[in-house]
Design a protein around this ligand. Structure first.
Ligand code: SAH
Length: 217
């Protein structure tokens, strides 16, 4: 697909997401900018890249549905310069959206094989995302704390290692938050857990989502 075609498809996707309730213009701008097809390894699927669907990326994993990426990005409310940890790099598309919003993104993926495809794509697009192979349920202690953490796979519980890596409240800054789908594989609920004090957390729930499993170990 040519750059012009892709840009036209993206404008259509942005209209679709707006119709579905995404209202944050910064998020919609990022969707309009990031070439989602580049994050889909199978060229045969590129013509579906701007449909609002999840698609396979290998290793039994998927690139998330654009609506889910947009909704989670909206709920994460990142500001330029925020240090953001992503668990589940997968295709790299969510990381690319966050980096386009000006976040400093650190992303962990358990399948090293996926990262070998993803890291060069991010680099070729000039996006500075630091990636690491490993189990992200332990967070990234050496780089903690974070202003925001986003988990793009669903598990039964919220790992305390992740809430522990949320920065303490600071004057003039939004409280640090963790966005994570929680529940069994068929009916996860999106939780936003905010660090409101050095020992205090607030938990809000949002829409149901469907993610591949968050695997521990
Ligand atoms: N954010 C991705 C979504 C990919 S699907 C995107 O935009 O494409 C979720 C990813 O989470 C999969 O690649 C899966 O391998 C990974 N994953 C699952 N459990 C994990 C864990 N404990 N640590 C790191 N990655 C994990």
């Amino acid at each position: 697909m040519t750059d012009r075609q892709a840009a036209a498809f993206r404008r259509r996707l942005v209209r679709d997401l707006r119709d579905k309730g995404i209202a944050d213009e910064r998020v919609l701008d990022a969707v309009a900018q990031v070439p989602r097809h580049r994050f889909i390894p199978d060229d045969g699927l590129h013509r579906q890249a701007y449909d609002d669907v999840a698609l396979p990326i290998g290793e039994g994993q998927t690139i998330s549905q654009p609506f889910t990426v947009a909704r989670m990005t909206e709920l994460l409310a990142v500001q330029p310069g925020d240090r953001v940890l992503e668990v589940g790099t997968g295709s790299g598309y969510q990381a690319a959206i966050l980096a386009t919003l000006g976040a400093r993104v650190f992303s962990i993926e358990r399948h090293a094989k996926l990262l070998r495809k993803t890291t060069p794509v991010l680099k070729a697009l000039g996006l500075t995302v630091r990636t690491q192979a490993g189990d992200g349920t332990y967070g990234w202690p050496a780089l903690a704390p974070f202003d925001a953490i986003i988990v793009t796979a669903g598990g039964p519980t919220v790992p305390t290692e992740l809430t522990d890596q949320l920065r303490a409240p600071a004057p003039g800054r939004a409280d640090a938050r963790l966005l994570i789908p929680v529940g069994p594989p068929t009916q996860q609920v999106l939780h936003r857990i905010t660090r409101t004090g050095s020992e205090a957390l607030a938990d809000e729930t949002f829409n149901d989502v469907l993610f591949v499993p968050l695997v521990r170990g």
